[in-house]
Design a protein around this ligand. Structure first.
Ligand code: ADP
Length: 442
């Protein structure tokens, strides 16, 4: 409404000013033309010495009334408009405008010498009243049609503007719907288009989509976390109930407590993981204490630590570690990453099998590869294993102490160190994880 009002006012202003200027110029041009015609006709009569002829003039020449006066100003011959008296004072070579009986006229006088030296005046009179009748009509027409024009301009303008603003109404409507019902599935859906409003709507849709995904992820995360916490809690509850009601001997009670203790350990490790995850989400600068690390030493050390675990499954860890490869990063995070990958290789490796750990440099890139010859994974799982709480099959994890957070940490740690990680795997044959990092600082 505001826009319509403004532009209607503006249009009216422009229309009035331009019409005013046009009318004024047209009048001025007409005035000058008429004055010239008056002068020319009078001069013509004077030059041609048509005084005798003027006596016979009974009609105006080109609408100019010609009359002749003698030296004393007495009317000699010619014609005068009815409304004009004969005694208008003579004045040489100037156009005057006189008003008589409600009408106006241009009067122009010129002196002419006769052959014998006597003087005569030639007078031309032109009616200006009829001259501006056309313009006056136009002016009236304009003034009368102005309100109609205003209404027309306002209605059409309003229609156009409303059409133009409809997409914005859509945007507001969708935003309100989302705001009221927190329904993030709503979209503006304006379709294809390259103008600003389409770009804006598409940006909003894109944002809504991202928000929806983020909310879904959040919901999923809370559901998964609660689920994971519920399992040890129910085991503990059952153990407690059994201990209170059934346990007869001290040994039985101790067995109960041992089970409860192991569940508590599992829970505290899970809670620790969850806390780390919130830190990961909130803090972009999670990697705070970066330092120069001898990657080669770190990998060798962790391999030695893991040999005991490997021994339980009679797995042999074989290494091929290039020495003195340095890297800039946070020690505890990098250790956790390497440990997670080797633990997985052992856990999902086959009994009596092998795990290969290699570290080498290609140009400026340090590569860490961990391979096992265990159960492997099907292709369809490979891009999902990095998601939080994603486990392929719980039966693959007989000890039941893994919740599917390990690889999501690994992925995040690699990313936080500007690295990349990929996986190749074949069911029944084994898996290979390769992480690559830039050598030295950043
Ligand atoms: P978890 O804590 O259950 O090990 P991860 O995030 O570490 O969770 O791994 C996700 C899933 O990927 C695991 O449930 C497992 O099935 C699969 N996986 C991970 N590493 C390997 C591997 N080396 N070989 C076969 N499967 C693996």
């Amino acid at each position: 409404m505001k826009v319509t009002l403004w532009f209607t006012l503006f249009m009216m202003l422009i229309l009035t000013i331009t019409s005013g200027i046009l009318l004024f110029t047209a009048n001025r041009v007409k005035q000058l033309t008429i004055q010239n015609r008056l002068i020319e006709t009078v001069t013509d009569v004077e030059k041609a010495k048509k005084f005798e002829m003027a006596e016979k003039i009974a009609l105006p020449i080109e609408d100019v009334y010609i009359s002749i006066y003698d030296e004393e100003g007495n009317f000699v011959s010619g014609i005068l408009p009815q409304e004009i008296s004969q005694r208008i004072p003579l004045q040489e070579d100037t156009i005057r405008e006189i008003h008589e009986k409600g009408k106006s006229w241009y009067v122009y006088d010129e002196i002419s010498k006769k052959e014998r030296g006597t003087l005569l005046w030639v007078r031309g009179i032109f009616s200006t009243s009829s001259l501006f009748e056309g313009e006056n009509m136009l002016l009236k027409l304009f003034v009368h049609s102005l309100p109609l024009l205003v209404i027309l301009v306002a209605i059409i303008g309003y229609g156009i503007i409303k059409r133009g603003f409809r997409p914005i109404d859509n945007i507001i409507e969708t935003a309100e719907k989302i705001g009221e019902g927190a329904d993030l599935t709503q979209r503006i859906s304006l379709g294809e288009g390259h103008d600003e409003i389409h770009v804006l709507a598409n940006t909003f849709d894109h944002m809504f989509e991202k928000l929806e995904r983020a909310f879904e992820k959040e919901k999923q995360f809370t559901a998964d976390a609660s689920h994971e916490l519920r399992t040890p809690l129910s085991v503990m509850r059952a153990q407690c109930e059994y201990g209170i009601e059934q346990a007869a001997t001290l040994e039985e009670s101790k067995e109960n407590l041992r089970e409860i203790h192991s569940q508590i350990l599992k829970m505290s490790s899970l809670v620790g993981d969850l806390l780390t995850l919130t830190r990961v989400d909130e803090d972009k600068e999670f990697v705070r204490e970066k330092e120069e690390i001898c990657f080669s030493e770190m990998v060798s050390l962790i391999v030695e630590q893991q040999r005991e675990l490997a021994q339980e499954k009679e797995i042999e860890i074989k290494t091929e570690i290039e020495s003195d490869l340095n890297f800039y990063g946070e020690q505890t995070l990098l250790m956790r990453m390497i440990m997670n990958l080797i633990e997985n290789a052992i856990q999902y490796g086959k009994y009596g099998g092998n795990v290969w750990v290699s570290l080498w440099k290609e140009g400026k890139i340090i590569k860490l590869q961990i391979t096992d010859d265990g159960i492997g994974m099907e292709e369809r799982h490979l891009d999902k294993i990095w998601n939080r709480f994603y486990r392929i099959d719980e039966s693959r994890n007989p000890r039941g102490n893994n919740v599917g957070l390990g690889l999501s940490f690994v992925k995040w740690i690699v990313k936080a160190h500007n690295g990349e990680i990929s996986v190749k795997s074949q069911p029944g044959k084994g898996s290979t994880f390769i992480a690559s990092f830039q050598e030295g600082k950043e």
